[in-house]
Design a binder for this molecule. Structure first.
Ligand SMILES: Nc1ncnc2c1ncn2[C@@H]1O[C@H](COP(=O)(O)OP(=O)(O)OP(=O)(O)O)[C@@H](O)[C@H]1O
Ligand SMILES: [Mg+2]
Length: 497
């Protein structure tokens, strides 16, 4: 009898088929007739046996698991974000696209049954996404994303790395996911004053719109070294959570931007927000009724935000207010003695008399007393007149960094001409450099001259317009200086005569 290859294979498949069939038969019997406790015992023993040969540990993150600290399924969602942000643009071949509320773009993550390899401190870790179909139907009060199956991510690693994974890697995953979410969220520009937004039964004192300002530090015209110092300061601040905790200070930093109109103070605020991915709270202080309302507004601000008070010198006549407080406390003889000696008490009395936000209220805000504890806030004041501000408001520690925004010099001009015309070199740059060293023109005015006004305008015509404007300003300032000199001489003559 001849034994052919096909005969052999046929026999093999037949015996494999019957083996599988018998195993399924025994499995069905095991599932149906073996008591629950015995079944669990057998499963445990089998698992133990497998563990002897299987040196890997697995952690599963389920879609509808209960998380004690975070919301239901939140850890799953964070893992989903982490895997999407790390692998969507590289390793993963099959992706799932989700639309997330309050996010700027569609979020990509691993599709079901996809696998990727992560490396952490030189250790390889395997992530896979799976679906399980529950055998029993459960009734849940929580809405499930899909009633038929439960999605989960499985992390597999060698048992020798257990400590690294549970101690460090998982925290790293959550932190990275939170950072990715923050970066991708739709940022907001809040303002007080008109309206307010309803949140359930609570009406917030802030109303907001999407924050989409295009200003960046790259497009901000100023001395490059100063710009770099500010950027370094901001980035250092964002990384200094532990340091602030160690020195016992609230995690906030004050910036005072001062300088003539049109030098970029207001433009720097969105540039800061864009650099750090922060929200902006534009506090219109003249619309705040009193210190109590100011506190409420501040308590409602969230972490990772910039609280801005523009033109602080115009918003509140703080210097005058302080003098009035002192005068008032002297006038009111009943409480005078104590009040005159104690400006804090005096201000409280002044507040009771119906005045609006006081210097004291504002100082409390800057000192962090009324800002929420979780910190990470910048407070930015802008002013055209530094000397007008009460020294109590501006000392370092309250306003940690004073930034002078000044007239456009050549380095700042180079940024503007790159913004407007994508130009780094031109034969008239030498002339412009000389003029800008002598003439005070704001970046706003320089920008306006560089802006094309008609379809015929090009880089050359705009640069010539700027040169003409600079020369005109020069002439005008010479005429003004001469007139002032003549007037000065006349006055001197009159005095002598
Ligand atoms: N340093 C700068 N870099 C880039 N653009 C600038 C700069 N300064 C001013 N500009 C341009 O001029 C416009 C007005 O500037 P901005 O409002 O920032 O000035 P400001 O210093 O806040 O003035 P004010 O003191 O009147 O509030 C901006 O929209 C911007 O286009
Ligand atoms: Mg401004």
């Amino acid at each position: 009898m001849r034994i052919t290859m096909s005969n052999l294979m046929g026999g093999f498949w037949a015996s494999l088929g019957s083996t599988v069939a018998s195993m399924m038969f025994f499995w069905a019997i095991f599932q149906h007739y073996v008591p629950e406790q015995l079944r669990a015992f057998v499963k445990r023993q089998v698992q133990k046996l497998l563990n002897l040969f299987y040196p890997y540990v697995q952690i599963t993150f389920q879609e509808n698991s209960d998380d004690d600290v975070l919301r239901r399924g939140e850890v799953f969602s964070l893992v989903e974000t982490y895997l999407g942000s790390c692998f969507a643009s590289g390793q993963a071949k099959r992706l799932r696209a989700n639309y997330i509320k309050n996010s700027r773009s569609i979020r990509l993550t691993l599709d079901d049954y996809e696998e990727v390899i992560d490396t952490f401190h030189g250790v390889r870790l395997w992530w896979s996404s799976t679906k399980t179909y529950p055998t029993t139907t459960t009734v849940s009060v929580y809405p499930s994303s899909n009633s038929d199956y439960i999605r989960s991510f499985r992390l597999t690693f060698h048992h020798s790395h257990r400590e690294l994974v549970t101690g460090t890697y998982l925290n790293h995953v959550l932190e990275e996911a939170k950072a990715a979410r923050l970066k991708n969220r739709q940022r907001k520009l809040f303002t007080n004053g008109a309206g307010g937004t309803w949140h359930g039964y609570n009406k917030s004192k802030w109303c907001h719109v999407a924050f989409e300002h295009p200003a960046t530090f790259e497009t901000l015209a100023m001395d490059p070294k100063k710009k770099q110092d500010i950027m370094n300061d901001l980035v250092t601040f964002t990384k200094a959570k532990d340091y602030y905790a160690k020195i016992g200070k609230t995690w906030k930093r004050g910036y005072l931007l001062y300088g003539p109109p049109g030098t970029g103070k207001s433009t720097m605020i969105p540039a800061m927000a864009n650099l750090l991915s922060y929200d902006v709270y534009d506090l219109e202080i003249t619309a705040v009724k009193d210190n109590t309302e100011l506190r409420k507004l501040l308590i409602e601000t969230t972490s990772k935000s910039i609280i801005v008070i523009e033109d602080i010198d115009c918003s509140l006549d703080l210097t005058r207010q302080r003098k009035m407080v002192e005068a008032n406390s002297v006038e009111k003889s009943g409480t005078t003695q104590a009040s005159a000696a104690d400006p804090v008490k005096a201000e409280k009395e002044n507040e009771k008399d119906g005045s609006k936000v006081t210097l004291l209220g504002l100082l409390n805000m800057i000192d962090g007393l009324w800002s929420a504890c979780d910190g990470e806030r910048l407070i930015v004041f802008t002013t055209n007149f530094l000397d007008k501000l009460d020294p109590a408001l501006t000392w370092r520690g309250r306003m940690d960094m004073h930034i002078e925004m000044s007239y456009c010099r050549f380095e700042a001009f180079k940024v503007l001409v790159k913004n407007y015309w994508d130009l780094s070199e031109h034969c008239v740059f030498g002339t412009i450099e000389k003029l800008l060293e002598e003439i005070d023109m704001t970046p706003a005015d320089v920008s306006e001259n560089l802006m094309p006004k008609s379809a015929n305008d090009n880089a050359e015509t705009c640069l010539m317009t700027l040169i003409n404007a600079l020369e005109k300003t020069n002439e005008a300032s010479k005429v003004k200086t001469n007139a002032e000199q003549v007037r000065g001489e006349d006055v001197a003559d009159q005095q002598h005569g």
